[in-house]
Design a protein around this ligand. Sequence first.
Ligand SMILES: [Fe+2]
Length: 510
Amino acid sequence: MAEAAKKRLAFQKSYSQEHGGSWKHRSLIEDAKFERLTNAEYEKVEKEKERERRASLSEDEEIIEELQFRNGVEDDEDLKTRELQKCTLLLTLRDGLGSLSRILRIFEQHARCSILHIESRQSKKTGALYEVLMLFEATKEAALIIVKALKQSSALHDVISLNESTIPNSVPWFPTHISDLDKCHHLLTKFEPDLDSNHPGFSDPIYRARRTKVAEIAFKYRWGQTIPEVEYTEEDIRTWGVVYRKLKELFPTHASKRHVKVFTLLEKECGYSENNIPQLETVSNFMKKKSGFQLRPVAGLLSARDFLASLAFRVFQCTQYVRHGSEPDHSPEPDCVHELLGHVPMLADAEFAQFSQDIGLASLGAADDDIEKLATLYWFTVEFGLCNEDGQVLAIGAGLLSSFGELMHALSDVPEHRPFVAETTAVQSYQDQDYQPIYFVAESFEDMKERMRKFAANIPRPFEVRFDPYTQRIDVLNNTRDLQTVTKTMREDVTKIHLALNKMTCGTVR
Ligand SMILES: [Fe+2]
């Protein structure tokens, strides 16, 4: 699947070049739009290729593909292996359950096959009466012969192989372990000092060389490594200091109380000060302790899908370079001033971390249209969100919390303030060249979280996902066995709560 993602990316790049290389992305939403367009083209081309490929398959090859054997089928010898495989079939019967005995005989003819589970229900398909779900165990060779015979049986309307543990091929690839984020580093052509003459650093060769050096760290970085330190120059520290001083004055009156609380701790524990740019490794370790979030160095803007996927693992893709010193108040792209002053304090708050992770989890395997909606929601909340806190509207978005000018603008009477409703916010057009004309205000943080959860629940996906913090893996929940595992974990948690309550009650009695 990772290979498929690479192919898709190569297609996007050639598509962009064919269209004059005019795709210059400056925001997550633009990226998501670009991906939706190019993916639609890509799907068209790939569908035709797939149709041609399937037409050239033999009947056996087609069945082997449908069954998706656990270890694949390398050659004929492998097919004859004595290892048993579990297969699930959905059989649609033309007639009543009486014809089931004919079907069962097909299984009985094979010594190396045993039926593990059968259940039936009435069929809603025209021309069919019943559907029978059948789980059986057989050698690969026996399974192939059985399915072939079933497909030829006149008693059956159709035979569908249900693979219990895999995700349908139509679902876009997504990382399932935190180490898979090593594959999610698809930078898009965008506003870079080397490439764009309007970039403030374009005519500054020293700045450009520094940027290249910092970018190297991100390109070489792999999961589990310590984030290398950057030796910031006097100019970098001066630029950081200008922004830091101005924002620190505004935070007590304009920033969310969650932000203010963590910012104080960052000054105490991570060396945040106007004369020092803290290193990502130090900040990342602090965040791990506070909310379980961590940083990962990135060289620029990632594709929307990759960026959102990282959030599912509580990983924030963080730039490490500082904006050009000629424009300290404005950066045409994310830089570490924006990340460290805007994002980090919010992501180190446990509840905001959960909110951000929920957006990430909702994005895994979602269709391009939904990725665009989630990127828009991310934009109007995590980047430019406002929230009512004890009767006062305050900033929660990092785009505001890292920009002196926009922070004042957002909380003034100039822009329009609308209540946050996930369904309408998700399709709102946005501004990435100037201050936003519209901001969405959440009634409360809880309300925003709940609305986002309901929105995410309605994203069409043939499975649900859950992050396992012990293995740092995404569990794909699409069959009863997976649900049983989750239920077991929940039962153990409930038992612990019950025990704790008992102990507390005993303590009170004493
Ligand atoms: Fe950001």
